[in-house]
Structure formats: structure tokens, C-alpha cells
Design a protein around this ligand. Structure first.
Ligand code: COA
Length: 368
């Protein structure tokens, strides 16, 4: 029997701290007028010392689970798409697994930069459609403010922090993710990268002195690439779903730059009134931008059950992709997720497991 992966829950988390263009102009030589005219960005959110990629991901996930009425132990798969993981390993997804108490889930990180959420949605959907998972949690989460050179005006004006999450659930009813296009071109990898901190350039005093642990970008090259791929991949995804552009109610693009979004809409001959834009308030939150924009589209009534939408993005890699979704909403059922008790129980469980591991270590010590 054919199985579909419906999006039954969604949530977002953004830091409280707002950084305006005027705030940035006190750090580097720039101004509000330049930033707004080139990017459409007015302000972005910046994580405080306690907020991390995993903590934002956890907050967004709990909201999504609550929306879906799905207790965490029912999740089989957690994918965190991120370019600012908490560590090289363990995966941020495992930290989220622990902090929400998803005791039956496999968890891994996916690295496809700003296109990552579309990639992760597709991977989770395929796991559901092939019967290897029934319920999946897909999260896009970033704290790129920690990887920005706050003396580089080319990059520091663009990025912001945040997270968004979707719950995907199996159903025999047609709907959910109808198609997905995933593409890459590694020949353009140096257009947008964080060169050091991996195995090629491990962190040393020299890499730090050269600022190689910061985001480096060729803005014009990325701009040209983005405007080339957005419309084309959207069209491909629509054809794959056996639909026409006229069937699409809303496009939710990656929120990198207002001008790139407008160019994509022009390329598709699609009215801007039906394109979701919130880059003005959050800047580029990388892989989190599409789920955050989706949450806001639902909240504002621009996305309702029954709609057919395109998600489309591009980013470092180079990577790009698009997906067509038949938006349905939560499965019927009574509320079973209470965020407060979920957090308390998950914390207690995590503490207990650490304690047991310590006791085990003491017992086994005598045998080695
Ligand atoms: N404030 C003021 N001036 C700035 C500036 C800033 N923050 N950043 C760059 N400039 C200057 C440049 O130094 C340059 O000056 P010069 O002509 O004297 O050398 C001038 O503005 C034009 O620079 P340029 O890089 O050509 O600007 P642009 O119109 O291409 O806009 C970006 C720059 C970064 C906004 C634009 O290229 C862009 O959005 N690219 C895509 C980036 C992106 O989306 N990345 C994430 C992908 S997921």
C-alpha cells in the first residue's frame, strides 16, 4: 500500500535579542539604507549565551510535537539540518533526542547548508514512504552569529539565528510531500564556506589568526547562482508532482535576500503577493528560514489546509532544492503533549541514564 508523509506539526524558536541595522552600523562601516536596499533585511535575532543550536531546535520541536499531538516516544527518526552544529560530534540531533526524551528515535545531522531543510524533509519522507519510519521530526536550526566575523560587513549584515521544526507522519491518505528536487555543484564550494575547523584545516593558532573559522563569501557569485537556480528547481518540483504553477497557492522560499526572492518570482511569473517573505525581520537564518517562514504563514492565515505550496532554497555547497507539499495539518486527536511535563520528564530521564552509566562504570571497573 502506498504511504504518504504528512506534515502534522510545526514549530519555531527565535532568540529574543533583536539586532537592527543601526546596531550593526555601530560595529562596521555600513548603514540601514544600504542594507535594506541590497537585501531587504531590517533586523535579525541573535542568540544569547544560553541559547544554542540544540536549545533552539528543542524549543521548536516541542512546539511541533504539541501541534501534532505526538508524544516524543512515538518518533522513529530525528534529522537536524544545520551548518552550526553544537560540536563536530556528537550530532546535534542526538542532543535534541535526549532533551525531548525521544527514546525510540534514530538521530543524525544533515549538512546541506541553507538547502538542508528541503533535503532533510525529503530524506525523512523517503524513510516514511519506505516503511522504515512512521513518525519523523525534521528540524532546521542555526546559531550562525557564532561563526560570523563581526568585522566583515559583507557577511555580518546577512545572517540571524533561529530554528524551525516539522513533524512528519505516515498516512495512507494522499498528501504531504509530493515531490522534491535536490541538486549540488561542489565546484562552487569556495563561494560560501567556513574553511577551518574541519579535517583539512584543523583549528590552530594560525587558522584563528587568519579568521579561517569565520564564514567567507563571494556575495556576487552567490547572488548570480541563487537567481539562476530558484525558478528552475521550483518548476522541476512542480512538474515532478504532476501539477502546474497555477495549482500553487504559496511559495515559501529560503529567506536570504528580498531581491533574490523577487527575481525567482519574476522567473516563475508568479505574483509576489503569494510569496512568503519575512527576511526583513530575521535576516538569513540559513536552514531554519523555510520552516520559520512556514510557521508564520500558517499563523497569519496565508497557508491553510488543502493548499499546495513550493518550498525552495539554495546555499553553500553549492546546493539547491525545491519541494512541493500538499499541506494538510494535524491528524485528529486529543492533546497528549504538555511541554512543561515533557521537559521535566526528559531532563529527569537524561539525569537517570547518566547516573546509571556512572554506576555501571564503577561496577565494571573491577573487571578491566
Ligand atoms: N555596507 C556598505 N557597503 C558595503 C557593504 C555594507 N554592508 N558590503 C559591501 N559594501 C560595499 C562593497 O565594499 C562595494 O564597494 P566598492 O564598490 O567600493 O568595492 C559595494 O558595497 C558593492 O558591493 P557588492 O558586493 O557588489 O554589493 P552587492 O550589491 O552584490 O550586495 C550582497 C552584496 C552580499 C548583499 C549581495 O551580493 C548578496 O546578497 N549576495 C548573496 C549573498 C547570500 O545570499 N548569501 C547567503 C546564501 S545562503
Amino acid at each position: 500500500m502506498t504511504r504518504y508523509a504528512h506534515i502534522t506539526g510545526w514549530g519555531m524558536a527565535i532568540p529574543d535579542k533583536i539586532m537592527t541595522n543601526d546596531d550593526i552600523s555601530k560595529i562596521v562601516d555600513t548603514n540601514d539604507e544600504w542594507i535594506v536596499s541590497r537585501t531587504g533585511i531590517h533586523e535579525r535575532r541573535i542568540a544569547n549565551a544560553e541559547e544554542t543550536t540544540a536549545s533552539l531546535a528543542t524549543d521548536a520541536s516541542i512546539q511541533a510535537l504539541q501541534m501534532a499531538n505526538l508524544p516524543p516516544e512515538k518518533i522513529d527518526l530525528i534529522i537536524v539540518s544545520t551548518s552550526s552544529p553544537e560540536h563536530i560530534f556528537p550530532a546535534t540531533a542526538c542532543l535534541v533526542q535526549d532533551s525531548i526524551g525521544a527514546v525510540n528515535a534514530g538521530a543524525f545531522d544533515l549538512s546541506a547548508a541553507c538547502s538542508g531543510f528541503i533535503y532533510a524533509l525529503n530524506v525523512a519522507t523517503q524513510a516514511i514512504r519506505s516503511y522504515s519510519a512512521r513518525n519523523a521530526l525534521v528540524i532546521g536550526s542555526e546559531t550562525l552569529s557564532r561563526m560570523i566575523n563581526w568585522e566583515d560587513r559583507n557577511t555580518c549584515i546577512l545572517f540571524g539565528d533561529g530554528a524551525g521544526a516539522f513533524v512528519l507522519q505516515a498516512s495512507e491518505e494522499p498528501g504531504g510531500l509530493l515531490s522534491a528536487v535536490m541538486r549540488s555543484d561542489g565546484s562552487g564550494g569556495n563561494a560560501l564556506s567556513v574553511p577551518a575547523g574541519g579535517s583539512k584545516y584543523p583549528t590552530t593558532a594560525e587558522t584563528v589568526a587568519k579568521g579561517m573559522h569565520y564564514i567567507q563569501m563571494n556575495g556576487r557569485e552567490v547572488f548570480r547562482f541563487a537567481t539562476r537556480v530558484m525558478a528552475h528547481s521550483s518548476q522541476e518540483a512542480v512538474e515532478q508532482a504532476q501539477l502546474k504553477m497555477s495549482d500553487i497557492n504559496l511559495i515559501i522560499p529560503h529567506q536570504a535576500n528580498q531581491r533574490i526572492i523577487e527575481a525567482a518570482a519574476r522567473g516563475l511569473n508568479f505574483p509576489m503577493e503569494r510569496v512568503m517573505v519575512n527576511v526583513d525581520r530575521y535576516g538569513n537564518t540559513s536552514t531554519a528560514s523555510i520552516p520559520i517562514a512556514t510557521c508564520e504563514a500558517v499563523k497569519s492565515g496565508r497557508l491553510v489546509s488543502g493548499d499546495k505550496i513550493i518550498l525552495v532554497g539554495f546555499g553553500a555547497g553549492l546546493t539547491w532544492g525545491a519541494a512541493v507539499i500538499h499541506w494538510t495539518g494535524p491528524f485528529p486527536g486529543k492533546r497528549r503533549v504538555r511541554p512543561k511535563s515533557l521537559r521535566i520528564w526528559a531532563r529527569f530521564r537524561s539525569f537517570l541514564r547518566r547516573f546509571i552509566r556512572r554506576v555501571e562504570g564503577k561496577i565494571w571497573k573491577g573487571y578491566f
